[in-house]
Ligand binder design. Sequence first.
Ligand code: HPA
Length: 235
Amino acid sequence: MLAIIGGTGLNDFQQGATVGERLTPYGETSAAIIQTQLNGRDVVFLARHGSPHRIPPHKVNYRANLWALKQLGVDRVLAVNAVGGIHPSMPAGAIVIPDQLVDYSYDREHTFFDGVAIGDQAAALEHVDFSYPYSASLRQALLSAAEHIGLAVSDKAVYAVTQGPRLETAAEINRLERDGCDIVGMTAMPEAVLARELGIDYASICLVVNPAAGRSSTLITMDDIHRVIASGMGR
Ligand code: HPA
């Protein structure tokens, strides 16, 4: 079963019946999970920020979201993320399939392996391999699909995950660039590692919705971001 986790601008993606349980041992999911069809295929959809959009990135219950999807038999997740562009080849409107990330977030419930027993499941401690945070096969499927429909995408990028909800300073963006990051957003982690801990294949489609701080001659406004989302999320 494939799940889509929709980000900012993709919270009312599809109508459909709700499935599964919102309440998990880790608390409630961001929204009801919707069973729907995409091009004749069954998929489930979950709005990361709630529906309507109300949960900021640092308060998303990532563990509940991934846990509930796993209970439904989900084995692949396509995440959609709105991000800022750092690399000059990733301007507003660009679609990016990241292959790496650097996690700068903090104070988030970021693991299922924290030594606490859940129900009759013994407390587990495992150190998952996370060398390559995104699933190679799912990334390849996305890149092939983009090529098939003639959609230009950036096929490699390092995603910097910041805590938010504020945007970065220009100096912070310069530092992220020195760290090798190409795009910056607030929601790739701990989502990606929680999927890994549950054995779920995970890949992300990022829409660049603004030039990162200090990378354009104007300040970043929500109006500008919403304009890019309106024209870009459909693609
Ligand atoms: N920084 C961090 N997160 C974001 C941005 C940004 O510039 N744009 C959209 N999400």
